[in-house]
Design a protein around this ligand. Structure first.
Ligand SMILES: C[S@@+](CC[C@H](N)C(=O)[O-])C[C@H]1O[C@@H](n2cnc3c(N)ncnc32)[C@H](O)[C@@H]1O
Length: 306
């Protein structure tokens, strides 16, 4: 649905500043803020503004985050152009991806994590996935009185933060292999005042997940692994009886650390079912319209499973 909503310096000062930085320095992204405002209206603008105010309150921090996002987006665009021709991700082992990305602190802090975080407000399929998370997972967790959750592959901490904001009585923790993700997510959650309700622990979840969890979140990790089904089986064993999991995968989306290629939502669903999960709800969103008929576009596929 297209709305008529405008970002102004008075109403949304940080968003307005971000739009200015794009216009001055990263012109390929100059329309993103206005396009998202038109598509998602005031609730989107208020949320994005809050994130920028809490995490990037001074101009230098905001400029660095926008710089990181821009490098992340440009790199994704270049890789996607190659993917459009090859219809395959370049061969890479998990170990290579981990070295290049998760254990590369400068890249994680300067490019990857700010890029991922801002993409959730600037890329329509990422924001729609957040909206789906709210209705399909957060609302049922609230209705069921859920008060503890675990996020696996916590990255920026955005999904965990959303749960803590929506459920004031809840506590949770995140697991991630990357010390940079651990530091970034902990800082994110503390800046929002949730430091005493949440902690991130370093863990390779492909080897060991969690003892038991009734509410489990795992966003954009499957496509980072060589063997997603074995990983999903571990998650399934982790889910307590009656529990629910929110699990997503990026499809047709080239990235430095995407090594398992999912092309359809059905392929992800088949992996979830092979691991013993039962599907409750599904979402599929596209990043943009294909540049020509049949050209692949990055997709976000999300599932609530039991
Ligand atoms: C695309 S990011 C996830 C995004 C995150 N959910 C968010 O919203 O920001 C992938 C994350 O998975 C983590 N990861 C990759 N392999 C992992 C593993 N074997 N165990 C734990 N975390 C892993 C990475 O360090 C990275 O933080």
């Amino acid at each position: 649905m297209t709305q008529t909503f405008e970002i102004t310096a008075q109403g949304h000062p940080r968003l307005s500043r971000m739009r200015g930085i794009f216009a001055e320095q990263y012109r390929f992204s100059r329309d993103l803020v206005d396009r998202a405002a038109m598509a998602f209206g005031k609730p989107w603008a208020d949320e994005a503004e809050e994130t920028l105010q809490v995490l990037f309150s001074d101009d230098e921090a905001l400029a660095l985050a926008v710089k990181g996002y821009s490098a992340f987006a440009l790199d994704s665009m270049r890789r996607q152009a190659r993917f459009e021709k090859d219809l395959a991700y370049p061969a890479k082992t998990y170990e290579e991806a981990a070295r290049e990305v998760y254990f590369n602190d400068d890249h994680m802090m300067g490019v990857y994590l700010p890029g991922l975080l801002l993409s959730h407000f600037l890329w329509p399929h990422h924001y729609r996935q957040l909206e789906f998370f709210d209705t399909a997972f957060v609302a049922p967790m609230r209705a069921a009185g859920g008060d503890r959750f675990v996020e696996v592959g916590v990255g920026t901490g955005l999904y965990s933060r959303r749960l803590l904001q929506a459920l004031p009585g809840a506590t949770g923790h995140g697991l991630d292999i990357s010390p940079a993700s651990q530091a970034y997510a902990n800082r994110h959650l503390s800046a929002f005042g949730f430091g005493d309700r949440y902690q991130v622990h370093l863990r390779d979840v492909a080897e060991e997940a969690e003892a038991s969890a009734s509410w489990l979140v795992c966003v954009e990790v499957l496509e980072h692994l060589e063997d997603p089904v074995t990983f999903l089986q571990t998650l399934r064993r982790t889910l307590a009886p009656g529990g629910r999991a929110f699990i997503t995968a990026a499809l047709d989306a080239a990235n430095a650390d995407h090594i398992y290629l999912y092309r359809t939502s059905e392929q992800v669903q088949a992996h979830l079912e092979a691991a013993g999960f039962a599907l409750e709800q599904a979402f599929l969103g596209a990043a943009y319209k294909p540049v020509r008929a049949g050209a692949p576009v990055p997709l976000a596929a999300a599932f609530v499973v039991l």
